[in-house]
Design a protein around this ligand. Structure first.
Ligand code: BES
Ligand code: MN
Ligand code: ZN
Length: 468
């Protein structure tokens, strides 16, 4: 999508008047008839009004006076309504006319809404909308920022939508390298030999059943003007496909969407992409352990005891609890950077989906309250809301093993929390865990949130780091 600031809307443009209240509607632009139509629609409480002029469509979008996070969300949703009408009518461009600060949210909603994943269709029916012009107070810098954020989010969707027949661990690392080149962050990919040398027992155990080698990608953004002394580290679960392994997934059809199990990886890669492209002065490191999880003659098995990267031993009681095995090694690897804060994103538990569905992100952690609240604020800002679960030590009781330091399986109650508590054993820094199993994958498009991979997490991390 091409986004451009222009000085004046053309006579034949599909103009979108984005106004706070009906009072700001520019009467000059509309005929008498159109004005009375607008009036009637406003009376019906319509917020997105389309006037079809045959050679063009004019839109009036009434956003309300508020500019809080709810209003920003309404604006993104309104943008998706406009985009739907534009594509239905095969229009190729719109011209937004507005001086409101939520213009950027409108652009964000429009670009996210217009996303498609067409790679595997022979007949690629691309949306007609390809160009957005903007007239108003918005600056070039603001436009660039939102373009970079949405590009990063849409790239994360691409990664999730790619099936494992293309995106195995090595391919994921290649994609990460490509994105690094584009955005200017450094990428180092550790291959199997290096992972063995580092004794990442968790990642290697999950990878045992695979025909493809694992990878461990280390991404770094450290511009000259960094403000933080010690890095923020983002860790993403990169299970490119999750069959459950020998503890094969028991629920009918639950495997169908398991290419989404690297949604955490996509989130943290998209995040550092947006941070680097927008040149935020914050030192960020992203770690992505990646493999698929499948059964085979050599697959790790229930009962196995694995020595992890930090030397702790884990009794595997369910090979489908593989995310925590690979994340644990990444979290313990993160210790060497003496990070200020580590946040992971992972499609970790069905329990998170059962608890809150796709409506939000389950969070927990031991970082201070202020940090958690900042992250929740970012969740609200981008409307990927975060709900905090307890992180009480009592949950550790479920992780006691009769043969090793820990087991990888709780007893089923509070399953998202026991997963988080397991991970905490591999940290020695302020830590927050985000379980994005619900929102990472959407059954259907909801407003501007895409069907399939949703890019969940990217915009939260960007907003959080920007406000850090
Ligand atoms: N990748 C799954 C979690 C998941 C479920 C992601 C639904 C997206 C949608 C994870 O690896 C998993 O299998 N978790 C198990 C853990 C259990 C065996 C302790 C689960 O939640 O059932
Ligand atoms: Mn699993
Ligand atoms: Zn998984």
């Amino acid at each position: 999508m091409e986004i451009k600031k222009i000085t004046k809307a053309g006579a034949k443009d599909n103009v979108v008047f984005l106004v706070a209240t009906e009072k700001e509607i520019d009467n000059k632009f509309f005929s008498k008839e159109e004005l009375s139509y607008l009036k009637a629609k406003i009376k019906e409480d319509a917020k997105v009004i389309a006037i079809n002029r045959l050679s063009s469509i004019a839109f009036v979008v009434i956003s309300g006076k508020d500019e809080d996070y709810k209003a920003r969300q309404t604006t993104r949703k309104n943008a998706s309504k406009v985009v739907d009408i534009v594509n239905e009518n095969k229009l190729s461009s719109i011209t937004i006319v507005s001086d409101l600060s939520i213009t950027t949210d409108f652009i964000e909603g429009a670009i996210l809404s217009n996303y498609q994943f067409l790679k595997y269709y022979s007949d690629k029916k691309a949306n007609s909308l390809q160009k957005i012009n903007v007239v108003g107070k918005i600056t070039k810098a603001q436009i660039d920022e939102v373009v970079n954020i949405t590009y990063a989010t849409n790239s994360a969707k691409d990664l999730v939508n790619e099936p494992q027949s293309f995106l195995n661990a090595e391919q994921l690392s290649k994609e990460i390298k490509r994105l690094g080149k584009e955005a200017g962050f450094k990428v180092e990919v550790l291959g199997k030999a290096k992972i063995e040398a580092l004794k990442m027992g968790g990642l290697l155990a999950v990878n045992k059943g695979s025909i493809d080698p694992p990878t461990f990608s280390v991404l770094e953004w450290k511009p000259k003007n960094v403000k933080n002394k010690r890095p923020i580290i983002l860790v993403g679960k990169g299970v490119v496909y999750d069959t459950g392994g020998l503890s094969l997934k028991p629920t009918a059809n639950s495997m169908d969407i398991m290419k989404c199990d690297m949604g955490g990886a996509a989130a943290v890669v998209g995040a550092i992409y947006a941070v680097a492209k927008n040149k935020l002065p914050i030192h960020v490191i992203t770690l992505v352990p990646a493999t698929d999880n499948r059964p085979s003659g050599n697959a790790y098995a229930p009962g196995d005891v694995i020595t992890m990267h930090n030397k702790k031993t884990v009794e595997v009681l369910n090979t489908d609890a593989e995310g925590r095995m690979i994340l644990a090694d990444a979290l313990s690897y993160a210790q060497k950077y003496k990070p200020e804060l580590v946040i992971d994103a992972a499609t970790l538990t069905g329990a998170a989906v059962a608890a809150i569905g796709h409506y939000g992100i389950v969070a927990m952690g031991n970082a201070d309250e202020k940090t958690m609240n900042k992250l929740k604020d970012s969740g609200n800002n981008v409307y990927e809301r975060i709900v905090e679960f307890p992180f009480w030590d009592e949950y550790n009781e479920q992780l006691k093993s009769s043969i090793a330091d820990l087991t990888n399986l709780g007893n089923g109650s509070g399953g998202s929390i026991t997963a988080g508590k397991f991970l905490e054993h591999f940290t020695d820094y302020p830590y927050i865990h985000l379980d994005i199993a619900g929102p990472a994958w959407m059954k259907t498009k909801v407003d501007y949130v895409s069907k399939g991979g949703s890019g969940s997490g990217v915009r939260i991390f960007y907003d959080f780091i920007k406000n850090y």
